[in-house]
Each structure stands twice: as C-alpha cells, then as structure tokens.
Design a protein around this ligand. Sequence first.
Ligand code: NAI
Length: 355
Amino acid sequence: MFDHPDYDGHEKVLMAEDAETGLKTIIAIHSTALGAAAGGCRLWAYETGAQALSDALRLSRGMSYKNAMANLPMGGGKAVIWGPVLPENRTALMQAFGRAVDSLNGQYITAEDVGVSVADMEIVRSTTKYVGGLAGGNGKSGGDPSPFTARGVRVGIEAAVRAQMGRKELAGLKVAVQGLGHVGMYLCEELFDLGAQLVVADIDPARVSEAQRRFGAVGVSTDDILTQKVDIVAPCALGATVSEYAARYIQAQVVAGAANNQLATAEAGRILAERGILYAPDYVINAGGIIMVQAELSGDNDAAVVTARVDAIGPRLDAIFAKAKSENVITNEVADAMARDKLRAAKKVRATVAA
Ligand code: NAI
C-alpha cells in the first residue's frame, strides 16, 4: 500500500468483505485535517481489485482538495463498492456497506456517487448515521446532490467563458456534454435554458434521445464527443477521459465539466494549457453536490443559502484563472497548490491544539 502510485499519505484505508451479500468495499480516508472525511460511494464493475483501490485512493484525495477549496469543514474520503451487485442482494449489501461505514465511528461520512442512488443511501441509513444525500423537501435541500453539482458546473462554465472569451453570456455558444447521467442531464437543462447549443454523447442511446427531445441536442458518438467543433467541452462521464491524445485534438477553448479526475495524466493538463485551452479544475467546479451534502449534514440547509454557496464556485474559479494567468501557471496546478496549503495549515492548527 505505502508504495502504491496513488497512495498519498492517506490516513486510513479500510477493505471490507461481507461473504453473505457479496459486498466488497474499499473506504479510503485521505485526510481528516479539516474534519470528518466526506465523499460519496461509487459502485462500479471494476475489472480488478487493483483498479478499485486506485479509484478509492485517487478519488479520496480529490475529496480532500475539493472540500478544502470549497471551504467546507470536512476532510476527504471516498468509498468504492466492487460491482456488479445482483438486484436481489442490493438491500442487504447496502446495509452491510453501512456497517462498514459505521465501523469507522464517524471518521468517514458517505453519500451518493456514480452507480448509487438516494434510495441506496436511505438503506445505508438503517445501519449507520454517517450518511448524507438523503431525501430533502420543505424548502430544505437534500436528496440527490446532482442538480447542485450541475448548477455549480454551469456557474463554473460561465466563469471560464468570462476569463477565456471575455463573454458574459452562454447564449449562442456550443457545448459538448460527455455523459448524460444524473449531472450531465441537469447540466444540459441549465445550459439549454441559457440559450447554449448542445452536442451530446452517452453510451446509453436512450439518454441521448432524451437530450435530443428535450433540448434539441445533436447526438454524436462517444468516440468523437471531446473533439467536436464547439466552444466548451464538459466531461460529465467517468474520470480520465481527457487523455493526452484527446488533449491534443480538443477544438474547444474551454474544458469544464463535472467528472472527477478528468485529466488522465498531468501531461494532459499541460497539453491543454500549451494549446491555450482553459481547464477548470474538476474538484473546484464540481463541488456543488458536496456543498449541499455538508449543509444537509449540518442542518444548515435552507435551499436559498445552499444555492448561494454553490454560486460562489464562480468567483472561486475567477480567482484561480486570474492567478494562473498572472503567474503563467497551469490552472490545475494553481488549485492543487492552494488546496495543499489549506490542508497543511489545518494540520498545523490540529497539531498545535493537540499539543
Ligand atoms: P451517472 O452514473 O449518473 O452518469 C454517468 C453517465 O455517463 C451515464 O449516463 C453513463 O452512461 C455515461 N457514460 C459512461 N461512460 C461514457 C463514455 N465513455 N462516453 C459517454 N458517456 C459515458 O453519474 P453522475 O452522478 O452524473 O456523475 C458524473 C460524473 O460527475 C462522475 O465522474 C462523478 O464522479 C462526477 N460527480 C458527480 C457528482 C454528483 O453530484 N452526482 C458530484 C461531483 C462529481
């Protein structure tokens, strides 16, 4: 573990198996310097356990950076469940997952991520209280974090368009949205309402049809979506889709989307920057969902207040873009340095208090 390429001083990694339900889960706690490690649970049919471990390690570090940059009083963690899960086992398996979360006594708080729904988290709640993303209502935010994530991404796209094109509005701009899942579809709705033209792709043709019907989107193949002749590319599928190859052929001026770990390698980020393409650091632009979950967990979840906090992603990105430009540094490196500074400062405070 300590030599693993994705190991980054993680505080704790729990691997748990429940033979009865077939649950195999890895919970990675990257940092609790700022508070309990919070981050969603991903259910995915990984080909190998090594892939599941890499994902947990990388995603949990991303959550530390994301929560720090969003100024949330939470550390970073992430859980992965190695799927697939048989439908008849799902309830018992989610209960077993809740027990694994509970065994960490609140050091890790879970919520939804890819492959996991609000209904799943309601089941997880039956075996642990350390869970967010539960049903909301009554003017309070809660439930599916995706609309908040999508709103934050839209606000972030607007910031990128201001910085890169000097434009205040999205009307008339073309956006390629890769992945029409929970976030991607809400993002299309936000962009369509503001007059953007959409080009979309998903491995599920039904989702493409829905976007065509609702937003007049143009559907293209999943192989070609990133290299469309558009103004903005919004990766909203899984991570690492912006490979070095893709970075060389992207025609857009802006890459700004919801997916975690969008850049396959650091080199892909450098290629984008060299080609003058502005990249919005993923864990800054996609923080809307976790901002909502934190508000829900703290009970401070008036919907208008949460929306205002999500909208603060815009000015946060303005500052990152401005710093990157004035210091001639790549945007994701600026964000990484800022996040690491925040974590270092929090660790120092914690050490001082402990002493
Ligand atoms: P989802 O599972 O609902 O949607 C993903 C979509 O991408 C699915 O429709 C899937 O068919 C499609 N897809 C998969 N591979 C594809 C490919 N190669 N080309 C085109 N489409 C492809 O997931 P969700 O919740 O919408 O999340 C999307 C991304 O945003 C993930 O990377 C997730 O980690 C990230 N994210 C999600 C948040 C949320 O609030 N749901 C919060 C922050 C980040």
